[in-house]
Structure formats: C-alpha cells, structure tokens
Design a protein around this ligand. Sequence first.
Ligand code: HQG
Length: 181
Amino acid sequence: MENQKAVAISKRLSHHLRHSPEAIGVSLGSGGWIEVDVLLSALARHGLLLSRAELEEVVARNDKQRFAVDGSGQLIRANQGHSVPVDLGLPVADPPPLLFHGTVERFLPAILRAGLRPMKRHDVHLSHTREVATRVGARRGKPVVLEIDAAAMTRAGREFRLSPNGVWLTARVPPEFLRRA
Ligand code: HQG
C-alpha cells in the first residue's frame, strides 16, 4: 500500500475511533474497542472499502502505533487521544522524573497562567524525550518545548498513565510544575 493511502486511512480511523464513531453509525464498546468486522462494514457503507488485510497493514505500519488490535484479532481501538468518553483501563504508572510537552509560542501565556489542560482530549499528552515533544509542537508551527517536573507531580499525588504507544497521560499540569526547556 502506498504511504499516502496508509496515512489517509489512519486519519480516518483516528477520527472514528477517537472522536466520531457516530459519523459512521457505530459506537465504541467498553475500553473504546469495536469489532473489526463492524468497523469495516460501517466504513464500507460510508465509502471506504477496506479489506481486513489492509486494515491490519495500516495498524501494523502506523508511525505512532495509534491503534491496537486485541489478542483475538476481533477487536480494534485507538491507543490514546480520544475525545469521546472512554476508559482505556490503563494502570497508573511511574513516569521518568522529567517529561516534555511540545507546543507553540502563542499558547504560552495561557499555559503559564492556567497550566497544561487536556483541551479537547481526555488527558494532557506528554513525551519522554525532547525530540518527540519537538515533533508534536512542530505540528502547529515553530515548536516550543516545556519541561515537566513529573517527579514533583508524583510527590504531590498526581497520577500518570502510559499509553501502549509510549505517550504519558495526566489530567493536567499546573503551572508550578512546568518551565520552558
Ligand atoms: C495546548 C498527536 C492554551 C497544547 C501528537 C496543544 C500528540 C493549551 C493544544 C498528541 C493549554 C492541544 C497530542 C492552555 C494545553 N491554554 N493552550 N491552558 N493547555 N494547550 O492536539 O499535545 O497524531 O490536543 O500545548 O503527536 O498537541 O493525534 O494536544 O498545543 O501525541 O496520535 O493545546 O496528538 O498525536 O492540542 O498533541 P492537542 P498535543 P496523534
């Protein structure tokens, strides 16, 4: 499959598995899972004809491992990034002492005042390296990287969860725990 096609399909899957299952007439089950067959026929009814093998290829080669197929191969979900209410059932995990968040200059005044907020998603997304955070910020313009004192947040009783694709998730980051890297 051409890369461009895989990316287009991945965007469509992200859209429905994170934000808008109802747009193709389906709903997500517990944990955000949906049956692969149900998803494929819903997509087909809405103009995207995709075989199971093609879907599996998109899942396997996705650059950020955005999707997971369960052990039985019958269920699929997005690994993170939902805006629909979903309990991913991720365990609380111990973060490294420093985490990073990539953003852009224009959001800084609000972030320094109010801290990092999940905005449209369930959680604030944090990265374990500056490089990844730089790439996340660069989606919106010239990237600005913030350093998050995850050790101090943990001591203050704040929880972190690690998504299967390596994104650190937390409810919010108050301004006292962040600074410009
Ligand atoms: C900003 C992609 C104003 C925040 C990436 C960000 C990531 C505030 C934007 C994943 C704010 C939200 C997540 C505040 C935060 N005031 N702006 N108080 N608090 N912001 O897309 O972290 O391709 O929801 O800095 O790779 O950019 O979707 O979050 O700029 O891992 O798999 O509000 O999305 O992954 O934007 O990106 P987003 P994000 P996927």
